[in-house]
Design a protein around this ligand. Structure first.
Ligand code: AMP
Ligand code: MG
Length: 547
C-alpha cells in the first residue's frame, strides 16, 4: 500500500477553535432553573450546568483513533483544548447540560436519576471521509462536577474507574462491539473521597475526567421518566427529537413512527447483546438508565470479561447475591429492559400488539445473531445440522465443568484446525486447546478428557462439511474470537502504575487492544490466563459499584 497523499489528509483541528452546536438544547424542554444544587427537576429533559473547574489538569491518555475520526488534534500540556477536556473552559458554541432520566435499577423503579456527574458539552459535526454522511457526535465529560442530578454524591470520578471506562470503550470499539467511545482521560490533580468496599473505610483517591463520545447518550430512562411522571408533552418532544436527529430514515409524520423506532431499538439491542456474549463481556449494571437507545454499550462501571466460563459469573460484587446481571442473564435482562421502554411508549402507540411484536423481534434477532456468531466461533457457517444444538450445548457443559478460560479456549481451537499445520489423529494436539485454557491442569480427569475427545473429534468432522480451506476456517474463527481483551487484572495493573505516575502500562495496553484479533509480537502476556494472584484481589476479578 502506498502512503496516503499528505495533501489529501485533513489537518487535525484544535478542539478549542472548533465550533460546536447545541441542537439538543433547542429541541428539548430545558430546566428554567440553572442552579446546580441536587433537586427534583419535574417536566424537563435537561438542565443547563457548567462543569466545575479542577486545579491541575493533566492529559493521561488520548485515543488517537477517535481523535482522527473526529478530526481533533491531541491537546498539548497547558493548552486551551486540555482545559476544555478537564471542564475548565468551553469551546465556541458549547452549551453544556446534564440530562434528566429515571430508570429501573435491579428490577425496581428508582425515580429521578439523571446525569449526576456527566455533563454534555455540545455536538461536533464531523466531515466523514470516503463520501460517508457527516455525523454529529456529542462530547460528554464524566466526573466534571455537581449537577441537579448528583443526589447525595459529589459529581466526581476516580482515576481507577475513569481509566477502566477509557480503556474498555476503545477496546470494545476495536472488538467490533457497538459502544460509546472515549477520547481523553484527564487527571484533575484533585483528590476524591471513596469508600471502595462500602465498609466505612473511605480513602482519598486521585480524580479524573473522561471525555466520552457518542451520537447521543439518550437512554431508556430518558423516556421512562417522562412517562412515569405523566409528562406527555415532554415525551412527545423527546420522541420527535430522537426521530429527527438519530433515526432520520423513519418518517416522523407516520403515526406508527414511535413503534418503528422501538422496533429498531429492539434490533440494535439484540445485536449489541449478541456481541457481548461473543466476546464474553459482562456489563455488570444493566439498569434501564444504562441502556442506550442506539444499542451502544453504555456506562462502564463494574464490568468484566469472562475468564473461566461460568454463565452465573458477575464482576459486580453489589450483584453477587442476586446475580441478576450475570453473563448468562444478559439476553433476558435486555428483553426485560426493552419491556420497560415499551411500557414508557404506550401513550405514543396504538395498542400493545406492535410493542409485543417488536419484543418478539428482539428475541428472534438475538437468537439468530447469537447462533451465527456461535457458529463462526467454531469455524462453522451455521449450527443447523442435526445434532448441532446438543453438541453445542455439550461444549458449554464441558467449559463449565472445570475452570476453563473461554477466550483462550476459542483462540487455541483455531490453532488446532486440522490441515492448518496440525495433523489429525494426534491426541495431545487434539486436547491442546483445552489444556491451554485450563486454570488447573489436574482438573482434566479421564472422564472429562474422554468427553472432550468426543466433542473435538466431532468438531473436526463437522469442519469437513464446510466448503472452506483450513486457512479460511482459521480466518473465520480468528475474526470473531479475540486474542486480547481488557481483562480486569490488566486494567488494574495499568491503574496501579498510573496512580504512581507511570503511564507506560496504560499506553501499552491501549496499543495492544487496538488490534484485538491479530497476534502481536512480544504481547503474549496480554493473551495469557489471569494469574493466580489476581483471583481474589479487588479490581482484578470482582469490583464494587463505588467509583
Ligand atoms: P451508575 O451506577 O454509574 O450508572 O450511576 C447511577 C446514578 O448515580 C446516575 O444517575 C449517576 O449519575 C449517579 N452517580 C453515580 N456516581 C455519582 C457521583 N460520584 N456523583 C454524582 N452522581 C453519581
Ligand atoms: Mg449510569
Amino acid at each position: 500500500m502506498s502512503a496516503p497523499d499528505p495533501t489529501l489528509v485533513p489537518a487535525l483541528r484544535d478542539l478549542a477553535a472548533t465550533p460546536f452546536e447545541a441542537q439538543v438544547i433547542a429541541a428539548l424542554p430545558v430546566d428554567p432553573d440553572d442552579d446546580p444544587v441536587p433537586r427534583a427537576v419535574p417536566g424537563v429533559s435537561l438542565s443547563r450546568v457548567r462543569p466545575t473547574p479542577v486545579v491541575s489538569p493533566k492529559l493521561l491518555a488520548w485515543s488517537d483513533a477517535l481523535g482522527e475520526e473526529l478530526g481533533l488534534a491531541r491537546p498539548t500540556a497547558g493548552s486551551a483544548a486540555l482545559a476544555i477536556l478537564a471542564g475548565n473552559a468551553l469551546a465556541p458554541g458549547m452549551q453544556p447540560y446534564a440530562a434528566r432520566y429515571g430508570g429501573h435499577q435491579f428490577g425496581h423503579w428508582a425515580g429521578q436519576l439523571g446525569d449526576g456527574r456527566a455533563i454534555t458539552l455540545g455536538e461536533l459535526s464531523c466531515p466523514r471521509s470516503e463520501g460517508a454522511d457527516a455525523t454529529a457526535y456529542e462530547l460528554q465529560l464524566k466526573g466534571a462536577g455537581m449537577t441537579p442530578y448528583s443526589r447525595h454524591a459529589d459529581g466526581r470520578a476516580v482515576l481507577r474507574s475513569s481509566l477502566r471506562e477509557f480503556v474498555c470503550s476503545e477496546a470494545m470499539h476495536a472488538l467490533g462491539v457497538p459502544t460509546t467511545r472515549a477520547l481523553s482521560l484527564v487527571g484533575t490533580g484533585e483528590a476524591v473521597l471513596r469508600d471502595m468496599f462500602y465498609d466505612g473505610n473511605a480513602r482519598t483517591e486521585p480524580g479524573a475526567v473522561v471525555c466520552r463520545v457518542a451520537p447521543t447518550f439518550l437512554r431508556f430512562g430518558n423516556y421512562e421518566i417522562h412517562a412515569a411522571f405523566g409528562e406527555q408533552e415532554s415525551l412527545q418532544r423527546l420522541m420527535a427529537h430522537t426521530l429527527r436527529r438519530h433515526y432520520p430514515h423513519i418518517d416522523a409524520s407516520d403515526p406508527a413512527a414511535p413503534l418503528h423506532w422501538f422496533s429498531e431499538v429492539c434490533e440494535r439491542t439484540a445485536v449489541m447483546v449478541a456481541h457481548w456474549m461473543r466476546v464474553g463481556f459482562v456489563h455488570g449494571v444493566m439498569n434501564t438508565d444504562n441502556m442506550s437507545i442506539l444499542g451502544l454499550t453504555l456506562d462502564y462501571g463494574p464490568y468484566g470479561f469472562l475468564e473461566g466460563y461460568d454463565p452465573q459469573w458477575t464482576p459486580n460484587t453489589t450483584d453477587a447475591a442476586g446475580r441478576r446481571y450475570a453473563y448468562g442473564q444478559q439476553p433476558q435482562v435486555a428483553l426485560w429492559n426493552l419491556s420497560r421502554l415499551a411500557g414508557a411508549l404506550r401513550s405514543l402507540v396504538d395498542g400493545d400488539d406492535g410493542l409485543h411484536a417488536a419484543l418478539e423481534r428482539y428475541r428472534e434477532l438475538f437468537g439468530r445473531t447469537h447462533r451465527t456468531m456461535s457458529a463462526a466461533k467454531l469455524g462453522l457457517g451455521s449450527l443447523a445440522e442435526p445434532g448441532d444444538a446438543e453438541w453445542h450445548n455439550e461444549l458449554f457443559g464441558l467449559l463449565a465443568a472445570t475452570e476453563t478460560d473461554m477466550p483462550i479456549f476459542f483462540r487455541q481451537l483455531s490453532a488446532s484446525v486440522p490441515g492448518a499445520g496440525i495433523a489429525s489423529g494426534d491426541d495431545a494436539a487434539l486436547l491442546a486447546p483445552v489444556r491451554a485454557a485450563l486454570y488447573d491442569p489436574d482438573t482434566l480427569d479421564a472422564a472429562l478428557a474422554a468427553r472432550w475427545r468426543q466433542w473435538l473429534l466431532r468438531w473436526q468432522q463437522r469442519l469437513t462439511h464446510e466448503a472452506l480451506s483450513a486457512e479460511q476456517i482459521v480466518a473465520r474463527m480468528d475474526a470473531v474470537n479475540p486474542l486480547y481483551l481488557p481483562r480486569n487484572y490488566l486494567a488494574q495493573e495499568a491503574i496501579d502504575a498510573a496512580e504512581q505516575g507511570d503511564l507506560a502500562p496504560l499506553l501499552s495496553l491501549m496499543r495492544v487492544l487496538q488490534r484485538p484479533y491479530v497476534a502481536q509480537a512480544g504481547c503474549d502476556a496480554y493473551a495469557a490466563r489471569r494469574p493466580e494472584w489476581a483471583r481474589q484481589r479487588p479490581g482484578c476479578s470482582a469490583l464494587s459499584c463505588s467509583s
